[in-house]
Design a protein around this ligand. Structure first.
Ligand code: NAD
Length: 251
């Protein structure tokens, strides 16, 4: 019943915003944050202040990066990511706002300019002084060959994975683009997010306040369930393709 309603709303919509969290990538083998074997259970958190202040903190941060990068790098998009690529093919997707950092939406075929990464990307490292970027492959090679906390080859500044750490400011321009998309969409589909991380979770609220329909796809309850127009429970890789299948392509 819910799937049928969701399909009808997708057919009727013309400016859809996808909003995704770690749950869309669990079926690609990347653990989410809050499950028992999730990221928090396995790693000590080095926040942004510690990264800036302490060489020991930076070494620990890069140690964790080196340990996690091969699995992130090897992960492939799953049916949930491809469902959003299908919505793009149908000409219905305005933007894809994601809290995820692994780049799987882009690898599923979405143009990178449509993907607003609120928490940055783990596929690159950035110099905190001059902003120069290198690939994570290159950064990890340098850590492996002895630079335990690598520095920028251009200016000597601190190199950090280009993700947003606890205590680090969100990218203002990306957040602004996400807000604008939320205010202009007619349907926002929030997928695989516990919707507790702020300010990211303000994006679905904003869309709803601006008059869009809000559909939440998640296996667990979220704090925004009460304001959603529709909640679809189930495994994302199964229910999302059923919602956006090719039969919904606009004629
Ligand atoms: P979260 O871990 O808080 O919530 C994920 C939600 O998805 C949970 O409610 C869970 O029940 C649900 N879920 C997981 N797999 C599912 C499936 N197959 N089908 C249906 N539901 C499923 O994630 P969040 O809201 O994105 O917040 C966590 C933070 O962690 C974000 O800031 C994000 O940047 C970061 N993070 C990102 C990744 C990634 O890039 N893949 C991975 C871990 C954490």
């Amino acid at each position: 019943m819910e799937l049928q309603v969701a399909r009808e709303w997708i057919v009727a919509a013309s400016r859809i915003v996808g909003f995704t969290g770690a749950g869309i990538s669990t079926e690609s083998g990347i653990p989410d944050f809050r499950s028992p074997d999730g990221v928090w259970a396995r790693n000590r958190i080095v926040d942004f202040q510690e990264f800036l202040a302490s060489e020991e903190g930076r070494i620990e941060y890069w140690r964790q990066k080196l340990a996690n990068w091969p699995a992130m790098r090897a992960a492939r998009p799953n049916a949930g990511h491809y469902a959003f690529a299908e919505l793009h093919e149908q000409g219905k997707l305005l933007a894809l706002v994601t809290q995820n950092i692994e780049g799987l939406h882009q690898r599923s075929g979405l143009p990178s300019e449509m993907v607003y990464e609120l928490h940055g990307t783990t596929t690159e490292a950035v110099c905190l002084s001059c902003g120069d970027r290198i690939t994570s492959d290159e950064a990890c090679r340098r850590v492996e060959s002895g630079e335990k906390a690598p520095r920028c080859r251009l200016c000597g500044g601190l190199l950090k994975p280009a993700t947003i750490s606890f205590g680090q400011s969100m990218p203002i321009d990306v957040m602004e683009m996400a807000r604008a998309a939320a205010e202009n969409c007619d349907l926002l589909i929030a997928v695989g997010s516990s919707l507790v991380v702020e300010p990211a979770a303000s994006i679905p609220r904003l869309a709803k306040r601006a008059g869009a329909r809000l559909v939440i796809v998640n296996r667990e309850r979220t704090p925004l369930d009460g304001m959603a127009d529709l909640i679809v429970r189930g495994e994302i890789g199964t229910v999302l393709p059923a919602m956006v299948g090719p039969a919904t392509r606009a004629g």
